[in-house]
Design a binder for this molecule. Structure first.
Ligand code: ADP
Length: 302
């Protein structure tokens, strides 16, 4: 197979590992810079051009689209989909997963465990919003933050009210969430491929920090997850429509609650914590599921 990796940087660990895994399994892989692709949108011959030439045929596309280029990256991915190319995660699922509120709304429809979460527009509604999520301490989150940036713990109702007012004043979209204190700064990353959790790790926040993101100094270790956590992760990825996903859970007093579902989960932390060849498993999934474009007419999703 000939596989495209949509990535801005060929030196990133995940990008390198996916190329390596594809080549090890006898495929060819090309790293394609998402922002250097451009598209011709026509009914007869929709195409993608890259640095002056029409891009070659790919049997599969692995999108690794950074949060800052979601809009352009998803438009490009959609173009591949319109051309009938197999994509491991499609543009609609990625767009969904990038909006934390939209994701939680979809997950709630499936009855999955979530922290109590509130969303409001008017500053007049802040006091009731705080009561709704059971009062301080509570967590305030920017809807489109990543790597723990834009996630704030407010210890008192007064602090919560001022921070929410400040964010609203800046027209930033935020949600307010019950603080899962009993998780004690730890979360669980479940790596889902297809309908399986292929690896999981616990991330523990650094001392004095409640956010367990590895980018915020968290440390990773292997963990055995419960059957309930496993099925929650699988159902969450499915609800989002993602074939490859990093599902982050917290252990709460009322069972696993989902923090978020990541559509481009990093490979470095999970491969080094578990010693597993996750990149190889992603390529294997593509081998089993990518149907050559010529045999399967495209079913475009808008
Ligand atoms: P990001 O997408 O920026 O990583 P998250 O929503 O995953 O944002 O939050 C970052 C981290 O902060 C989580 O991994 C978790 O450790 C901690 N955290 C977030 N929300 C809560 C919460 N409601 N209760 C307890 N800890 C939380």
């Amino acid at each position: 197979m000939h596989i495209a990796l949509l990535s801005r940087n060929r030196n990133l660990y995940s990008t390198r590992r996916l190329v390596e895994a594809a080549e090890q399994r006898g495929h060819t892989a090309r790293v394609v810079d998402t922002l250097r692709c451009y598209m011709s949108i026509t009914s007869h011959h929709p195409s993608i051009h890259y640095k002056g030439e029409e891009i070659e045929h790919f049997d599969a596309v692995i999108p690794r689209i950074g949060a800052s280029v979601t809009f352009y990256g998803c438009a490009l991915l959609r173009q591949f989909e319109m051309m009938g190319t197999y994509v491991i995660n499609d543009n609609v699922s990625i767009t969904r997963s990038r909006d934390k509120l939209r994701s939680l709304q979809l997950l709630s429809r499936k009855g999955l465990g979530l922290p109590i979460t509130g969303f409001a527009h008017s500053p007049d509604d802040i006091p009731d919003l705080i009561t709704m999520v059971k009062g301080a301490p509570l967590v305030i989150k920017l809807l489109e933050g990543t790597q723990g940036i834009g996630v704030v713990l407010a210890e008192t109702n007064q602090a919560a009210e001022s921070v929410i007012q400040a964010f609203m004043g800046m027209k930033a979209n935020i949600m307010v969430q019950e603080y899962i204190k009993e998780a004690r700064g730890a979360d669980i990353r479940c790596f889902v491929i297809g309908d399986k959790v292929v690896a999981s790790m616990k991330r523990q926040a650094a001392d004095g920090e409640f956010r367990s993101n590895l980018h915020r100094g968290g440390t990773a270790s292997v963990i055995r997850i419960t059957p309930e956590e496993r099925s929650t992760a699988i159902r969450a990825a499915k609800a989002m429509g993602l074939r490859v996903a990093g599902v982050d859970l917290l252990r709460s007093n009322h069972g696993p609650v989902i923090m978020e579902v990541n559509s481009s989960p990093g490979l470095q932390g999970i491969e080094s914590a578990t010693g597993l060849d996750i990149a190889g498993m992603i390529i294997e999934h593509i081998e089993k599921n990518a149907v050559p474009a010529r045999k399967a007419p495209p079913k475009p999703k808008g």
